[in-house]
Design a binder for this molecule. Structure first.
Ligand code: COA
Length: 477
């Protein structure tokens, strides 16, 4: 009897120990009790601002992007803390490594300025062993980003179904030129998107051809849109537990940035666009939103005016906005105090048909000063003006260096270069701006530390030729 009792006591003791262990295990999985409030929300970190990691720490990106649109997106995510693993074709890499080269033998600025803060691994995605390595990467990553020509990813065997089967949490984010429709299969570059998205037809002067803009609204603009889609999908995944496809068409991205021109298209049905200088010049409007030169896109008329030195300096200009609330100050500054009460000039509607005359008069005044002197003078009166800054001036602007918008990084083969840091400033997530990787620089590191291949497996994969260029494979054979 005593033996039976002892045995029962020992059994229940063991069970209690086991269940306590289980509880400890479960507790370990939950955030520490102190880290959550009563309603389950995380308590605010007590760490100093900027010391609580980065916004996207823990997010791993399989970066299958090339050229500009996709790399812009993944670089931003890397700046925000994501571990971005760029998969490149062995021997060649992203085609931009060799495009517009300024330093012999070194990766071009085209590449280095779009691929900072990433890791590079070379994998032949068409080689069976290469595919197996990619499968393993798919399982280890949160997001796959790609901007191949339509169908290219599927042809590699990485269909949505395949990826989703391997990793149901995976977000697959793509840039394409066009969305579904008649042009879905087209390859698209920046200027094609600017034209197809409505920007080119509304840029330039009325009497000239359509113009593309220097800002890469099709490539970098769409990359930005994609980055937003990715973080939204990551946020949704925290509730649903599953990934989804994110698609940004460059045509859509450009149109989104040119939406004020679609606004004007509809306004045309109700009369002329009175803030366009063509209205003041008596030139009738046609059926579509016209090119508006340097007219302001908003309700406050503006134009680019010459400043001192314009004859020899192509950037000695300033953008001047005749904002209604500061009209009196403008009149006094330019020596036209009588315009404050003259019925032809005193009100915004009265000024609209006379914008050409008004800006020509203001220009007589701006031409007496440098663009910076005009800015200093106007700022005192809250008159909105913008000096036309050259890229040289921007590169040398110390305030942009101070904010990390322009950053100098060092590179082992090309030396120091300037890049654009994170234009999005997060107060608790300092940007991580590092140089771009050399081709395949992190291949071993990723195979070993991320994919957990053994040394023997790594040697086998390498020997198979899945990570090396075709010519090297031929040599080895
Ligand atoms: N290993 C083996 N093959 C690889 C590879 C790798 N690691 N990475 C890419 N490739 C292959 C692709 O599978 C594809 O082969 P396939 O045509 O036999 O299927 C091939 O490289 C070329 O890819 P593609 O995207 O067609 O490149 P491209 O240089 O001909 O076209 C673009 C470039 C930009 C026009 C095109 O990619 C595109 O339209 N992209 C979408 C829109 C876009 O982002 N445009 C802006 C670019 S800034």
């Amino acid at each position: 009897m005593a033996t039976r009792k002892r045995a029962a006591r020992a059994k229940s003791k063991a069970a209690a120990k086991k269940s306590a262990k289980k509880v400890v295990k479960l507790e370990a999985k939950r955030p520490a009790a102190k880290a959550v409030t009563r309603n389950g929300a995380r308590r605010p970190s007590a760490k100093p601002w900027g010391a609580a990691g980065r916004a996207l720490d823990g997010v791993r990106i399989l970066d299958f992007t090339h050229v500009q649109s996709g790399p812009t997106c993944t670089q931003l995510l890397a700046y925000m803390g994501a571990d971005v693993i760029k998969v490149e074709r062995p021997g060649v890499g992203d085609i931009t490594r060799g495009q517009l080269r300024d330093v012999k033998g070194a990766d071009s600025l085209y590449f280095t300025m779009l691929n900072g803060s990433k890791r590079s691994i070379t994998i032949d995605s068409k080689h069976p062993k290469g595919k197996a390595v990619l499968d393993r990467l798919v399982k280890q990553c949160d997001v796959l980003v790609e901007n191949f020509a339509p169908g290219a990813l599927d042809r590699m065997g990485f269909t949505w179904e395949h990826i989703h089967r391997l990793n149901p949490r995976m977000i697959v984010a793509s840039v394409k030129g066009f969305g579904p429709g008649p042009y879905a299969d087209c390859k698209v570059y920046e200027n094609v998107a600017q034209c197809a998205g409505g920007s080119a037809s509304t840029t330039g002067f009325r009497d000239g051809p359509p113009l593309v803009t220097g800002a890469q609204i099709g490539d970098s603009g769409t990359g930005l849109h994609l980055a937003l889609g990715i973080v939204a999908a990551l946020y949704q995944r925290s509730r649903t537990g599953r990934g989804q496809q994110v698609l940004c068409a460059m045509q859509d991205g450009v149109l989104n940035l040119a939406r004020v021109k679609l606004r004007d298209q509809q306004r045309l049905n109700h009369g002329p666009l009175t803030e366009y200088s063509q209205y003041g010049e008596g030139v009738p409007f046609k059926q579509a939103t016209p090119r508006a030169g340097n007219d302001s896109g908003g309700g406050q008329p503006g134009w680019i005016l010459k400043c001192k030195g314009w004859e020899s300096d192509p950037d000695a200009y300033i953008y001047f906005i005749t904002q209604a609330p500061v009209w009196s100050a403008i009149c006094d500054l330019i020596g036209k105090p009588e315009w404050k009460t003259d019925p032809d000039f005193a009100t915004p509607p009265a000024r609209l048909p006379r914008l050409k005359q008004i800006f020509a008069t203001i220009e007589q005044w701006t031409m007496t000063m440098t663009k910076f002197e005009v800015m200093d003078t106007c700022n005192k009166y809250d008159i909105p003006v913008g000096p036309i800054l050259s890229m040289k001036e921007i590169a040398e602007e110390q305030s942009l260096r101070a904010t990390g918008t322009v950053v100098e990084v060092d590179h082992p083969t090309r030396g120091p270069y300037l890049t654009v840091g994170n234009p999005i400033k997060l107060s608790d997530s300092p940007a991580a701006v590092r140089r771009s990787p050399l081709l395949g620089e992190h291949t071993d590191e990723v195979l070993r530390d991320v994919l957990r291949y053994s040394d023997k497996e790594i040697a086998d994969i390498k020997a198979s030729g899945a990570l090396s260029a075709a010519d090297k494979k031929a040599e080895a054979a």
